[in-house]
Design a protein around this ligand. Structure first.
Ligand SMILES: C[S@@+](CC[C@H](N)C(=O)[O-])C[C@H]1O[C@@H](n2cnc3c(N)ncnc32)[C@H](O)[C@@H]1O
Length: 224
């Protein structure tokens, strides 16, 4: 398989990360809080968190009533260090600095999350490769929850107008314009149809969109 591309989060981009997502992704916390419930249909509570960053998803699974065994993987040292600091006493959390391709394929997980990662990868084989790397590490029937910026060109443009209205009050206009322009011109979103094709090719069931906050869409699928 080809090597995964990496979008590195370093220095201030890493230290200011939690505040940043909180501001720019309306309802992100609500989405995170529901994750353990959303994945509760899994046959065994062994979770793979792909691109775990500072540990936002992991925190929710630790707080869940059921005990989950959690493996988080992320290639950015400055991000995963924050997760390490938070979870050093948690016996059920394993953190790996690296790519999902560094994990053995013999071990199969019961569920996975992929939040805010796929839109950094190009649709030139990189997205497909990451999804395949996840699929081979999941048991048949294992659920996957994904959150990503999704949409065709016009849909993204329209939803960015809505995003402006959903953002917290008091942000500077320049800041908003630059974030909106980055989403529109630099991040690598694909249409909903293309996303379904990618999931199918990687070995997943057709994904169901169950959550949306302007350009951010939440998807649920299962390993075939
Ligand atoms: C926007 S952050 C999301 C972090 C976390 N999932 C969250 O929701 O708070 C994106 C993360 O993806 C990681 N990343 C970048 N390229 C990746 C790849 N090819 N595979 C896995 N993770 C990757 C980055 O290091 C970064 O920590």
């Amino acid at each position: 398989m080809m090597q995964n591309k990496v979008e590195k989060f370093e220095n201030e981009r890493a230290t200011g990360y939690n505040q940043y997502v909180e501001t720019w992704i309306p309802n992100y916390h609500y989405f995170l809080e529901r994750l353990p419930k959303l994945l509760s249909s899994t046959s065994h509570k062994d979770l793979l968190v792909v691109g775990c960053g500072t540990g936002n998803e992991i925190e929710r699974f630790i707080q869940a009533p059921d005990r989950w065994e959690i493996t988080g993987v992320d290639p950015s040292p400055d991000m995963i260090q924050q997760a390490r600091d938070k979870f050093q006493t948690a016996g059920n959390v394993k953190l790996i600095e690296g790519l999902i391709s560094d994990l053995p394929i013999e071990k199969k997980y019961g569920a996975a999350t992929l939040l805010l990662v796929l839109h950094f990868l190009a649709d030139n084989g990189e997205k497909l490769n990451l999804l395949k790397e996840i699929a081979v590490r999941l048991e048949p029937g294992a659920p996957l929850v994904m959150l990503d910026i999704t949409g065709g060109k016009n849909q993204i443009a329209d939803n960015l107008k809505i995003l402006r209205l959903l953002l917290p009050d008091g942000l500077e206009e320049d800041q908003i314009n630059s974030r909106v322009s980055r989403i529109q011109n630099e991040l690598q979103h694909v249409s909903e149809d293309r996303l379904s094709e990618l999931f199918a090719e990687a070995g997943f069931e057709p994904p169901l969109r169950f959550f949306q906050s302007a350009v951010y869409m939440g998807w649920m699928t299962k390993r075939i």
